[in-house]
Design a binder for this molecule. Sequence first.
Ligand code: HEC
Length: 202
Amino acid sequence: MNTSKPLLLALLFLSCAIARAEGDYRAQALAVIKHDFHDRGQATIDRLDNDAVQYVCNRYSNDPPSDLSDMLEAEQLDTVKFPADGKLLGDWKKGEKIAQSGAGFTWTDRPGLPVGGNCYNCHKISPKEISFGTMGPSLYRYGKRRGTSLSVQKDTYAQIYNAKGYKLCSPMPRFGHIGALTEEQIKDLVGLLLDPESPVNQ
Ligand code: HEC
């Protein structure tokens, strides 16, 4: 027993040293980024500030304990502001343009210009667009598979507004929550995904 004590102490010391070194590296990396990146137009350096969700996802390498993620997901879902007029199905033709557009929020974009959704970057959507990313699941036949009930419309709206309400460490941007897409634009995207006339559901 006695012989293992120094070993345990040595291990404890080592793990503390590693944790400290990791902490130092994180702080050093952040310091380098803050030093080398600068505000440019609307692309301001405060974008590096983490909110609680980003902090938790970074801290747990995108796999936080489930009680923590359940609590934070519920909080994120609570942030969704549904349209006051209760209408969620917009114009799919406009939605397709928004899904295609990668405009907005960079320092070369004029502030105030409508921001795009860049949805094709991560999703297959309309089969007419053959260039798409695969980080997210295919949304082809999204409406055909789920129907267009009010609860499906609400879920789709909320998923686009704040994806972290469904999966805390989702890589999908929180389009409504961060003020990238307007209520009208999100409705048009819901139209693109759910309208039976949309090429997504042909
Ligand atoms: C950076 C990649 C990325 C972008 C950009 C992105 N998504 Fe996603 N999306 C995902 C991932 C990954 C998922 C899978 C679930 C998750 O991780 O949240 C997802 C899930 C979804 C779902 C739920 C799918 C299902 O079967 O339940 C919908 C709807 C959706 N995205 C719509 C959109 C729309 C509309 C846009 C554009 C405004 C968009 N996404 C942009 C990555 C992205």
